[in-house]
Design a protein around this ligand. Sequence first.
Ligand code: KG4
Ligand code: ZN
Length: 330
Amino acid sequence: MKVLGIESSCDETSAAVVLHEKDGLCILSNSVASQIEIHARYGGVVPEVASRQHLLAIVPVIEQAMAEARIKWEDLDGVAVTSGPGLAGSLIVGVNAAKAIAMARNLPLTGVNHLEAHIYANWLTKGAKDLDFPLVCLIASGGHSDLVLMRGHGEYVLLGRTRDDAAGEAFDKAARILGLGYPGGPAIEKAAASGTSSLTLPRAWMKDSNDFSFSGLKTALLRLSEAGRIPKVEDAAASFQEAVVDVLVSKTVRVAKEYHARKILLAGGVAANKLLRNRLLADSPIPVSIPPIGLCTDNAAMVAACGCYRFTAGKRDGLDLDAYPSLRLA
Ligand code: KG4
Ligand code: ZN
């Protein structure tokens, strides 16, 4: 089965072709047009600008993905598209492109939850054959920090979520406080590389709760900055990164033990963070699956991967598929 995936939920326009064979998935192409440089001028994603950029990029990106995969339209078996959650004006560009292709080529269509797609990036890794359920997934992105129990393909139980800022959002806000630019995650990681975590910053453990909270940490950083008590930005970046990673890793490991997970899956843009990747690998008593960095941030290969499993399970949508900005995973 060959599936065309389309992603446009935030500020990356992406299209990919994924081949699903008996022994797993294989990426035939994964084309990503990033808007990061445009939004960086404003210090964050401007929804109206994002929507217009998707409109400009969507057709060339799809054409590029088809060309790189060296396939014709009639070789496709289905179209998968992110239908939520995300920015409404961004989502509708991808959803309408996918619907147009499905209608014109008489192809099956499936709407994919963006968070589920992040999880399925793990099925594009070398170790995908060893992914036995139950799995515990940490999805850490710009809009979400969710701990999810995955009992089977498409079967999710939400175990924990952020009560305020998502992990990626916290990185972005901290970078703004420290004057490090946008997007904050990579900027903090880069600055942290030449700093030491010498600042004392709070961690919201919230007793036995599996939920996260990062707004107190962000405010603590802001207060230090306002009081002129940040002598070295690099040390503040390292201390902040350490605090976020501490909480993400220890709650994920605890939950994985509690639910007897066979493996931990890391997913979402924040999974690109090397300290998070290394700490989880070091601290987890059970195996950990982490996608390559390019498959952690938004891309359409993960959407196509998820689409392959949805089509296999007979999950299809009609041409009335809409954009669902607040779509939930569980
Ligand atoms: O999954 P993603 O690409 O888009 C959403 O679905 O939100 O995640 C974007 C988030 C941003 O907040 C960005 O700052 C963060 O992921 N991020 C990182 C790193 N790379 C991206 N956070 C920490 N370290 C990184 N290396
Ligand atoms: Zn994402």
